[in-house]
Ligand binder design. Structure first.
Ligand SMILES: C[S@@+](CC[C@H](N)C(=O)[O-])C[C@H]1O[C@@H](n2cnc3c(N)ncnc32)[C@H](O)[C@@H]1O
Length: 242
């Protein structure tokens, strides 16, 4: 009895591992996260072309965009129970997640519930290309070299914690929600990024509608950032003056 989590990469269906594609093709049941019922799952849309058997059961699971811990906990448990039921029926079950499963993913909560409540289920995790790595390839940039430090920060939480991390890193990757980037750009000067620091902002990397823009911190402070979507990321490089 095995549950496989597949990292689906950033958006381009050609950016999945061979093992990921194999597991999807072999699956009897595929579960995929969505933030609203009725809204298509991004992870599912990435792998659609690999679901070849008409008999494969495909289920969207709700992961609401709320910070309310009680609501989330109940939903994670109910989603994990749904998935576990399919595994216990003897189905080959795949759970899909965008990018890599280990980074800010819905899988982390499912995995915790499964470990706690379904010890008989074996878990397999297939890594995926994380958004920031796909971003670096598209932007043709390095994220860190030599003794430089690299921080990964979710932009939509406590600004004081964000400041502390940004203040101690040479390169900072901001994930989760482009709508917070204007506030973050303002804050970068306070933690020692000068006006010539290079900032690159991207939305929908490796998918249709991809946006990528590079500018200097000083210029970006005067304009609104070009990305107002959740699926956005921003990289700030302190010492890249090229
Ligand atoms: C819940 S986290 C999932 C991260 C994912 N597990 C990964 O490895 O990249 C969602 C955030 O990842 C970033 N993200 C994921 N895919 C992206 C893409 N194709 N383009 C831009 N940002 C992306 C955005 O910052 C988004 O708000």
């Amino acid at each position: 009895m095995k549950l496989t989590c597949v990292g689906c990469g950033p958006g381009d269906p050609d950016l999945l591992t061979l093992k990921a594609v194999e597991r999807i093709k072999d699956a009897d049941a595929i579960f995929a996260p969505t933030s609203k019922l009725g809204k298509p799952s991004i992870a599912l849309s990435i792998v659609r072309k690999y679901i070849i058997e008409e008999s494969t059961l495909v289920v969207n699971l709700l992961f609401p965009m709320t910070k309310d811990k009680e609501t989330l906990k109940l939903q994670w448990k109910s989603n994990a129970d749904n998935i576990a039921r399919a595994v216990l029926e003897g189905k080959r079950v795949v759970y899909l997640t965008v990018g890599d499963p280990s980074l800010y993913s819905t899988w982390i909560y499912i995995h915790r519930e499964i470990i706690e409540n379904y010890k008989e289920i074996e878990v397999e995790i297939i890594p995926g290309i994380p958004s920031m790595v796909a971003f670096a390839a598209t932007a043709k940039m390095s994220l860190a070299e030599g003794d430089q430090t690299l921080g990964i920060v979710p932009a939509c939480y406590d600004i004081e914690r964000i400041k502390r991390t940004a203040g101690s890193c040479d390169t900072v990757i901001f994930l989760k929600d482009g709508r917070y980037f204007d506030g973050v750009i303002e804050m970068l000067s306070e933690v020692g990024f000068d006006d010539y620091s290079k900032i690159t902002i991207a939305q929908d990397v490796s998918s249709e509608g991809e946006i990528m823009k590079t500018g200097r911190l000083g210029d970006l402070k005067k304009h609104k950032n070009p990305s107002g979507k959740y699926f956005s990321l921003m990289v700030a490089k302190r010492d890249d003056k090229a």
